[in-house]
Ligand binder design. Sequence first.
Ligand code: MG
Length: 313
Amino acid sequence: MTAGLPDVVPAADLPSRIQIVEVGPRDGLQNESKPIDAAAKIEFIDRLGAAGLTVIEATSFVDPGWVPQLADAGQVFPAISPRPGVRYPVLVPNMRGFQRAVAAGASEIAVFGSATEAFARKNLASTFERQFDMFRPVVDGALERGMRVRGYLSMCFGDPWEGPVPVYDVVRAGKRLLDLGCAELSLGDTIGVATAGQVSALLGAFSEAGVGPDRLAVHFHDTYGQALANTLTALRFGVTTVDASAGGLGGCPYAKSATGNLATEDLVWALTGLGIDHGVDLPVLVATSVWMARLLGRPSPSAVVRALAAGAM
Ligand code: MG
């Protein structure tokens, strides 16, 4: 290998290009307990853009009382220096959040649904059924303004209260989000329990139900070290949109470890080795994650960040 990059040996059965959705500033930071100030968040987003990431989920217009870390969304979002060709979606939980997002100048949003009853109650203070009523006016309002909407579906592979989640329940819930008008559905392994066979089974079930991989994204967590294996399984199914978090930031308060989202660096290393186009400058991204790890006062959980930044952390 050349210094800092893997040898490139392409695989025939994988896509030639992947769209990475960088979720570090939102999903990553929202699950980090050490407060990060607005100026650092703005710098983080701008540095991620400079590293070549082209979709950066910037923040969440959730009730500040629920997620104090992102209470400054209205201050952070308008202060981003937008880069040509880069999209900055924001998470919006309800109409109040949608209005704040529009006022801040957002042009693309995501809603966050649950595949299970228990998580809809715990995380959304709603019910499985009522969540769709909550999202409908938000999605309608966004579409009227010409805004793209992404739908997240959480607990697709297991729920800490309900246990296994039947594949067809996930497909039904996902189709309802798409039917509301979401352009894309991100399938979340919120507690990081999925293994590769489950991923194949779920993507196969979506395909049978008429939802092809072009409308799906995957969102894996590395709780049990399976995030990258699960992602590669999804790529073999033709999925070309993958969520990842710089430095592996974040986690899930309901998972049994502090390990968070698939680290963008781990994904980029694997894609680079497979000759798959991703557009990211890995050393610039690693430097960004080392900087953020210092602000958070702990080393990055990403194996690639640790390997490439040895001595710098
Ligand atoms: Mg996540």
